[in-house]
Structure formats: C-alpha cells, structure tokens
Design a protein around this ligand. Structure first.
Ligand SMILES: Cc1cc2nc3c(=O)[nH]c(=O)nc-3n(C[C@H](O)[C@H](O)[C@H](O)COP(=O)(O)OP(=O)(O)OC[C@H]3O[C@@H](n4cnc5c(N)ncnc54)[C@H](O)[C@@H]3O)c2cc1C
Length: 406
C-alpha cells in the first residue's frame, strides 16, 4: 500500500494544478489514462483557450446561476495570475480580437508541459493507468483502490472532471465517488453543445460562419430567449460560440430564428421598398451584399424564398418581400436535438455546491475531502471561462491543503 499526504483523483488541469499548489507534501495524482491532461490537449481545438482577457467582475456573468460559488476562487487566482503563472514558466500568451487568451505557440501541449514541469519541480507523483474504483473513509483517512494498487492518505481531492468527451477519461466517475461519500449530485447534462437541425439543408456550406448574429429561441409559438454571438454552419446543424453558449437553454423541438441581416423586420421591409423605388434595376443578390452575409449562405437563404438571385428589386412582389423579410431577419431552424456528451464541451450539473465550502473547496460533509474542477455543478461559457474556473478552484484547494498539518 502506498501512503501519501494527499491523493488527487484525476490528472486534468484541476487535479494537476491542485497538486502543484500543495508544495512540500507527498502528493500522488491518480490518473486512469496512460497520460495526464487528455482533455486539455484537445481544448480550443488543440490551441487551448486558457482564460479570458476581461475585468474580473465581467467573469461572473459567464457561469450561469451558480456564479457566486466561484467568487473566492476567482479572486484568489485571477486570469492575470494564470497568465503570469504560465509566463514565469516560460510560456508567453496572446489575446485574440475577442479577448480569448491562448499560449503564443497556439499549442495546448505547451500548457500541459508547463503543468507537468511544475509537478516535477514540486515532486508531485503522477500515477497513470490507475483507474480509481473504490474509496473508503475511516478515522485513519481515505483508502483508495485502483485496478492495480491501494493508496491511503489523510486528504483526498476528487478532480475527475465531468462526462463530456468520455474518450478523454471523464466518464462521470467522480459523481459515483461523491455519492458513496454522502454527497448529492445535480443530474449532469451536456452543455456547450452544437445543435442538430431537422431537415437541415445547409450541409453544403459546412465551415461557413457569421459573426455576432442575434438568435431568437422559440418554444411553441412563444419567444422565450434571445442571444447574440457567432454561428458556424456544420454538416448537421449549427455550432460556434453563439450556439454553444446558448445550448444550455435549447431543447429538442425548439425553433431557433437567426437574424442574418442584423436589421429589424420592419426596417428591412422598408429598406427594400425604398431601394426598389431608387434602384429598381438592381438584382436582389447585388442589393443583399450590403448585409455582409457570406455569398454561399446568402444564395441558400435566397433559394429558400424562391426569389431568383437575378430578380430585379422593382419586380419583387409583396409576397416575395415578406418571404425575404422572414428569411433574412428570422431564418428558422427546427432543433432536432442538442448534441450529447460526446459532442458537448462541458457538463452542466455535478456535485452539489451546497455541500462544498466555496472558500476552501472542502466538503462540508466529509472532513479532509476536497473537490475541484468540472466535477462540481458549475460550467462556464466558451472563451476560456471553464479552464480559468478549474485553475482557480484548484489553486484554492491546493493552498488550503498546503496549510494543513500532515
Ligand atoms: C473539445 C473541447 C474543447 C474545450 N476547449 C476549451 C477551451 O478552449 N477553453 C476552456 O476554458 N475550456 C475548454 N474546454 C473545457 C475544459 O477542457 C474542461 O472544463 C477542463 O478540462 C476541466 O478540467 P478538469 O481537470 O476538471 O477535468 P478533466 O480535464 O476532464 O480531467 C479529469 C481527469 O480525471 C481523470 N479521471 C476520471 N475518472 C477517473 C478515475 N476513476 N480514476 C482516475 N482518473 C480519473 C480523467 O481521465 C481526466 O484526465 C473544452 C472541452 C472540450 C471537450
């Protein structure tokens, strides 16, 4: 049996960064994969959007209703602290035009390399190919059984991530462990998911995207929400930050209406009427160029109205004009389904926050038990908010454990 001061289950960013901050203790990270950080490597399509370049106060609107839980964590280890940590370990960062922070090398493997080097410096032991199967708690501490060994420690951190992209190792094991130790779990569900559209006929423009469009969410006849953001067209439906961040609220059977023209329906109608008076010989496809819609998308949308691209403005009938207004100001997409855990970037739900002390990340129910990262019932928008949350929670847990008597 291996005896450690602190055992950490999960070698993702939350587990590794907790370990780094526990300095001076015998810390063992138990990771089921043959290598740590598999999900970190695919994050940001391999570029790793590590955090966001905004004021700290702006972070809180990006974590849904549970944002208050993160207040101490985000104040204790901010986005600038994270950037400084990477830079002092030799990894420069860059900010893109949307405020997303990436390693300057644009390689997530460089972020993982920094974490592994810091683990090495702090003598953290990383035991890979150890899938934790069972945890027992007694007065002596925690006994943790993996497929190939038994470990014991006074303190235990569960940093097993959520359930999304299960091939990376995050298969929801942490929920089972938490329940075994008396915790409740808010039912997990996919979040930051693309949307699969029923009767989708835009596969031919897969890869095309539009920026900063307003999306209206209809359930039944009623508009229930709206959101603004970038939209990407895929083989099967819609993706991009605007859809992913909105996906928490979307259900199968809903209708998403996209305002491609960035113009109110009545204004769009009036503009066409005025234009047909002034420049009646202009073809509709030429006139529509002013709305800055990618040409391939514009032609598909136009096709859906039955109006020929060469049709002159003066020839457009009232019925056609109404069809154009609907198509360009409220183009409808019927939601077949929202992508499942194999497509979702994060998991909403998880270990209930009511039972965790947000100032220390320690369980309120089991002394010596800590949680960090996506295993908890908190999830953020796209833009680096999820990794920042994982690092901030890990910093808090790690420092708390560092201060504990072994
Ligand atoms: C495709 C994709 C792109 C993303 N891009 C970004 C991005 O650019 N920016 C951003 O902020 N967020 C991004 N995210 C989200 C971000 O990667 C996660 O929120 C973050 O990795 C969570 O860190 P974690 O350490 O809590 O969990 P994870 O990274 O999931 O790590 C958990 C670890 O625990 C291990 N584990 C699980 N069960 C056991 C067990 N029983 N025994 C031993 N080990 C176990 C797993 O193998 C895994 O290595 C992305 C996610 C995906 C899927």
């Amino acid at each position: 049996m291996e005896i450690a001061d602190i055992l950490i289950i999960g070698g993702g960013p939350a587990g590794l960064f907790t370990a780094i901050n526990c300095k001076g203790r015998r810390v063992i990270v138990l990771e089921k994969n043959t290598v740590p950080g598999k999900k970190l490597l695919i994050s940001g399509t391999g570029r790793c959007n590590i955090t966001h370049d905004c004021k700290l106060s702006d972070f809180f609107s990006h974590y849904g209703e549970n944002y208050r839980f993160l207040k101490t964590a985000l104040h204790s280890f901010t986005n600038t602290d994270l950037i400084r940590f990477l830079e002092t370990h030799g990894l420069e960062t860059v900010v893109d035009k949307n405020g997303k922070v990436f390693p300057a090398s644009q390689k997530s493997q460089d972020v993982l390399a920094v974490l592994l080097k810091a683990c090495n410096t702090n003598k953290v032991e990383i035991a890979c190919s150890h899938t934790v199967q069972e945890i027992d708690k007694s007065d002596q501490g925690f006994t943790v059984k993996t497929g190939s060994g038994i470990f014991r420690s006074k303190f235990l951190v569960i940093a097993t991530g959520g359930m999304s992209y299960p091939a990376t190792g995050s298969t929801g094991d942490g929920y089972h462990f938490a329940r075994m130790l008396g915790h409740s779990v808010v039912p997990p569900k996919p979040s930051l998911s693309p949307v699969i559209v029923r009767d989708y006929n835009m596969a031919s423009i897969s890869g095309v995207s539009v920026q900063n469009k307003t999306i209206y969410l209809y359930r039944g006849e009623k508009k229930i929400a709206e959101h603004c953001g970038d939209i990407g067209f895929t083989h099967k439906g819609l993706s991009g930050p605007g859809i992913l961040d909105f996906s928490r609220q979307i259900l199968s059977g809903d209708i998403l209406k996209v305002n491609l023209a960035d113009t109110k329906a009545d204004d769009f109608r009036n503009e066409i009427i005025q234009a047909s008076d002034k420049e009646g010989k202009t073809a509709i496809q030429t006139y529509l160029k002013k709305f800055d819609i990618p040409r391939s998308l514009l032609l598909l949308v136009l096709k859906s109205t039955g109006v020929e691209p060469e049709c002159r403005l003066a020839e457009i009938t009232k019925i056609q004009r109404n069809q154009l207004v609907t198509a360009f100001c409220e183009f409808p997409f019927l939601v077949g389904k929202v992508g499942g855990f194999n497509m979702a970037m994060v998991t909403a739900g998880g270990v209930s926050l009511d039972e965790i002390n947000p100032k220390t990340m320690e369980s309120k129910l089991v002394a010596g038990l800590y949680f960090a990262g996506e295993v908890l019932d908190i999830d953020g928008d796209t833009g680096g908010y999820n990794l920042q949350a994982a690092f901030s929670m890990a910093f808090l847990a790690g420092n708390e454990l560092w201060n504990k008597q072994p």
